[in-house]
Design a protein around this ligand. Structure first.
Ligand code: NAI
Length: 252
């Protein structure tokens, strides 16, 4: 086959969902997918409020108050898609994520369960439901967000690191089954990226995070978003079950 004549708007006509789109990496993913031609459903928790509508307005998409851990999250999403997009959903980016750091001795069940719930259980449950209901089209794309903390450990992050290692497991496990519907699933594993999430880290740890990259600086949200855009585009038709680190060849 031959390469397309133009890659101007490779996602023209596609409908994409981005969870955790109110700010940070998710907001930039929404921008980049929209630039590439997709209609973007920007989803975030109800508490995200104005920030979510701002992202949605900026990218000319729609906003959806959606806690990915809510028991009816899949139904809410399916209803939203059905009412607005007769052609269904083409791209799902599971970007919503949280940290609840504590050293092992103080890692209580609440912190463990909430992080596993948002970062790992929700992407699995939503993907499964969207495929089962046919909301996600055959030939669709699922893109998960792991972390280098899921590849190498990080002090104080047994919950987070385990959830992000689990995401890598999910990608490997789901790829062969989704391939039957021509759906690809891949993940990015970002290193230290400059967002509100990392701004909350104590100064010394934050600096260490930046130095961990061979580029000796924190990455930007767009670095992650552009890799996700590749996984969403026809350029990656034959790529599934893969994890790409976006971390400036992190030293861990
Ligand atoms: P952030 O904290 O700035 O944004 C995360 C967004 O997810 C927020 O808008 C938040 O409201 C939303 N969210 C949280 N719980 C949710 C839920 N239950 N349902 C729906 N939305 C929810 O975080 P950031 O830095 O933009 O991270 C985005 C993703 O990238 C996360 O999965 C994170 O684990 C991952 N990541 C971030 C890195 C970094 O250095 N910033 C490094 C590696 C991975």
């Amino acid at each position: 086959s031959t390469a397309p004549a133009s890659w101007d708007r490779p996602l023209e006509g596609k409908v994409a969902l981005v969870t955790g789109a109110a700010r940070g990496i998710g907001a930039t993913i929404a921008e980049v997918l929209s630039r590439d031609g997709a209609h973007v459903i920007c989803a975030d928790i109800p508490a995200a409020g104005e920030a979510l509508s701002q992202t949605a307005n900026k990218v000319g998409g729609t906003s959806l108050a959606l806690d990915v851990t809510a028991p009816d999250a899949a139904e809410v999403l399916e209803k939203h898609v059905k009412e607005r997009h007769s052609g269904g959903l083409d791209i799902v980016v599971h970007n919503a994520g949280i940290t609840r750091d504590k050293l092992l001795a103080n890692m209580d069940d609440g912190r463990w369960n909430s992080v596993i719930g948002v970062n790992l259980a929700a992407p699995h449950r939503l993907t499964t439901a969207l495929v089962k209901s046919g909301t996600l089209n055959d030939g669709g794309r699922v893109i998960d967000v792991s972390s280098i903390a899921g590849i190498a450990g990080n002090r104080g992050q047994t919950n987070y690191g385990t959830s992000k290692a689990g995401v890598i497991g999910l990608v490997h496990a789901e790829a062969p089954e989704l391939a039957k519907k021509d759906i690809t699933i891949n993940a990015v594993a970002p290193g230290f990226i400059e967002t509100a999430m990392t701004a909350a880290i104590p100064f010394a740890t934050r600096e260490a995070g930046r130095r961990m990259s061979s580029l000796l600086q924190g990455g930007q949200t767009v670095d992650v978003a552009e890799t996700i855009a590749y996984f969403a585009s026809p350029a990656s038709n034959a790529v599934t079950g893969q994890i790409v680190r976006v971390c400036g060849q992190s030293l861990i």
